[in-house]
Design a protein around this ligand. Structure first.
Ligand code: NAD
Length: 694
């Protein structure tokens, strides 16, 4: 069975104190003979503690009991093997639209955390695994923090269009260098154990077996860890803060423009205006959080969070895939194999050449390091990944993933020979991105066990995987594949075989339209800017260069050949680039020249872009999305929105193509498409399915 990366902690017995126990709902209080009280958080059900309203109310009752009979030291700890506490309970944020009532709830929560901070005895949070968002804020209200090796801390709120809302904005910037604190809150990046110690977030790092001794050593030490650092005091001076805030603002604007992502900007404003003044920060934090939470941006980002959970549920249940064989160790095969091995599966990988196999092992080591695996975990992952030039692993694999070049004849030959060697109950999957599955399935004798597993590049960064069905694929095969995708911590999106499947069918018109605009003489940098201004993480021409112009061409041609809708021909200049070997990032030049993995864009031209440029890029995606719903390529609009957000980064704060269409107004979108069609041609003609989009 696949093991999560941090499973080692799960197998360790946690030190949770001893002595008589009293329950306070989600908390338990144990008082041991040394006068140490252990407050243990153990939310019912689920694998993680979240800071729900109930957790705070229960904590308040526990504090009543502690205040009535003060221990020498109060320890806060989680009973969950995975970690201390994830953030707030996001279900409570959903559809929150009333600012005043949100602020009232927040004030009540702050009241409880403030009481913990003001308790008449020293307090310590012992953290293993994650302490995120509200969980981190709880730990920050304690006098001391002990981290068990592997612990990590972070404020991911910014990804939900929020900033910390339970005292984190002022407690973290009082505890550590405020600019570091702001960076953590603005980027949402976690600080892993060593970094957390270097920054001063934790006092001590210990192994789990030394927790008790570390706690005992704090008895009688009082609250000496409290107090504000020198750096914090420096930023009490308004002009120093103003200067730093100005820098943060411009850095933030380039990554998360205020128009689309107001949260980090609100946080900078808050700190600039009130940094160093705790009361004002607290009042400001509550007000600003309530305003952000009730905005469309946060609500769409929260929806994206639940869409992710929804995709995971497609693969609910235990995966029975333990051995994977990957055929083809190129860009895709290498990363697919690496991810499977890192997630605990036994993997063999074959290729016609040896060089890609060596590269695949290197790629696995790199990905494992980037995932913060320990040296032992990296060694174990690499032990599970076996270069297998002769393809011996094929015979024993539960799942074989074909990731050879996109050539139909080659794939058909390979699939035939794979089936000849594979176990009778093994699943055979292809990572093809443009070939219809029916054509490939025709060479497989037991076609029920064959399906598509369409990963996106880079597999280690893009979580979505289209699980592609065809007429003959059995339900069992599809549900085993969905469970496999979830087990390797990716997101399965069930789709039906269709030209481009779902994601490429929707994305290609966007890339093509950009190419046509270049053909009309519009500046590429300006075209990319127009899409970025809408909220796409990257402009279409940069995406095309990254994906590879050859691959874009292949997909576009295949859509044009196989769809009955109007797909424009790829402009001649793009075919010429491909012929000349200018394929994009991988060849160093495509539409842009690439250096160190980045396109050299230069200044955009200063003549104005045509007014309809943004709609020309975005609306064809919406139109194709509606076609996919009409043709049942995907089961529902939520899965569609989710797939586009997690595979392409489609402006998540807009909630995905269909949500955006609904928020802008379906009638308005249809009439904008009609207008574009009259100006630029039938490729913009509204799809017949719009009438069914409510
Ligand atoms: P690639 O060219 O980087 O790698 C293909 C590998 O297959 C090469 O190492 C090659 O030596 C090997 N190979 C060739 N013939 C073989 C054979 N008979 N047996 C075993 N190995 C053989 O290609 P890629 O970009 O990794 O694409 C692989 C598949 O994934 C294609 O179907 C492609 O459409 C799909 N895909 C690619 C991307 C992408 O962005 N690159 C994204 C999604 C899906």
């Amino acid at each position: 069975m696949a093991k999560p990366v941090l499973s080692a902690l799960g197998e360790m017995k946690l030190e949770l104190g001893s002595g008589k126990e009293k329950a306070f709902g989600t908390w338990r209080l144990r008082r041991d003979d040394d006068g140490i009280a252990w407050a243990i958080l153990d939310c019912k059900g689920g694998g993680a503690n979240t800071l729900s309203q109930a957790v705070l109310t229960d904590l308040s009752k526990l504090l009543d009991a502690v205040e009535g009979d003060l221990p020498k030291l109060l320890v806060l700890r989680s009973a969950k093997p995975g970690g201390f506490a994830a953030g707030a309970d996001i279900t409570e944020f959903r559809e929150a639209r009333d600012e005043a009532s949100v602020a009232e709830r927040l004030r009540a929560g702050h009241g409880v955390i403030d009481r913990l901070e003001a308790l008449g005895c020293p307090t310590v949070a012992v953290i293993h695994g994650y302490a995120l968002g509200g969980g981190f804020e709880l730990a920050l209200a304690c006098d001391h923090r002990i981290a068990v090796k592997g612990a990590f801390f972070g404020f991911p709120e910014v990804r939900l269009g929020l900033h910390p809302g339970l005292g984190g904005t002022f407690r973290l910037s009082e505890l550590i260098d405020p600019t570091e604190a702001m960076t953590m809150m603005l980027t949402g990046k976690s600080a892993h154990t060593k970094k957390a110690r270097d920054l001063g977030i934790v006092d001590t790092v210990v192994e789990e077996r030394h927790v008790r001794a570390a706690v005992a050593a704090l008895v009688g030490k009082g609250e000496d860890a409290k107090g504000r650092g020198l750096k914090a005091a420096l930023f009490d001076i308004g002009p120093a803060r103003k200067l730093a805030a100005g820098r943060m603002r411009s850095q933030t604007e380039s990554k998360a423009p205020q128009e689309h992502y107001p949260a980090p900007h609100a946080l900078i404003d808050l700190w600039e205006s009130h940094g160093g003044d705790r009361d004002a920060m607290q009042a400001g934090e509550i007000k600003s959080f309530a305003r952000l939470l009730t905005s469309d941006t946060a609500q769409n980002l929260i929806r994206a969070f639940f869409l992710r959970e929804g995709l995971k549920k497609n693969g609910a249940g235990k995966s029975d895939i333990e051995r994977v064989h990957v055929v083809g160790a190129g860009t895709m095969g290498a990363e697919i194999a690496a991810i499977c091995a890192i997630k605990g599966l036994r993997v063999t990988i074959s290729d016609v050449k040896l060089e890609p196999l060596a590269k695949a092992v290197k790629a696995a080591a790199r990905i494992a390091r980037e995932a913060h695996l320990s040296d032992i975990e990296i060694r174990d992952a690499l032990d599970r990944l076996m270069p297998d030039p002769k393809g011996y692993g094929l015979v024993t694999a539960d799942l074989i993933i074909e990731a050879a070049p996109e050539k139909p004849e080659l794939k058909r030959e390979l699939l035939t020979s794979i089936e000849a060697s594979a176990r009778a109950d093994a699943i055979i999957a292809t990572n093809t991105s443009s070939l219809e599955l029916e054509g490939l399935a025709s060479v497989i004798k037991k076609a029920g066990r064959f399906a598509g597993l369409h990963f996106f590049n880079p597999v280690s960064k893009l979580d979505l995987v289209e699980v592609v069905s065809h007429d003959k694929a059995t339900k069992k095969t599809l549900s085993r594949l969905n469970a496999f995708v979830t087990a390797i911590d990716h997101l399965p999106a069930p789709v039906r075989s269709y030209p481009g499947f779902l994601v490429n069918r929707v994305l290609t018109p966007y890339l093509l339209e950009a190419a046509l605009m270049v053909d009309e003489g519009i500046d590429p940098v300006q075209i990319d800017r127009a899409a970025e201004a809408f909220g796409m993480p990257m402009g279409p021409l940069e995406v095309a260069d990254q994906v590879g112009l050859d691959i874009c061409l292949q997909v576009a041609d295949s859509l044009r050949e196989n769809l009955d809708t109007s797909i424009p021909d790829v402009p001649e200049w793009m075919r010429k680039r491909v012929e000349d070997g200018h394929l994009g990032a991988k060849s160093g030049e495509g539409i842009y020249v690439w250096e160190d993995g980045k396109p050299k864009k230069g200044k955009p031209a200063d003549h104005p872009l045509p007014k309809d440029a943004q709609d020309r890029l975005i609306l064809p995606m919406l139109n194709a999305a509606v076609e996919c719903l009409r043709k049942d390529v995907v089961g529902d609009a939520d899965t569609l929105d989710a797939a586009m957000i997690f595979a392409t980064g489609f402006a998540p704060f807009r909630g995905g193509p269909i949500r955006y269409a609904r928020q802008r107004g379906v009638a308005e979108v249809v009439s904008a498409l009609e207008e574009l069609a009259s100006r630029h041609g039938p490729r913009f003609a509204p799809d017949k399915g719009w009438k069914d989009i409510g």
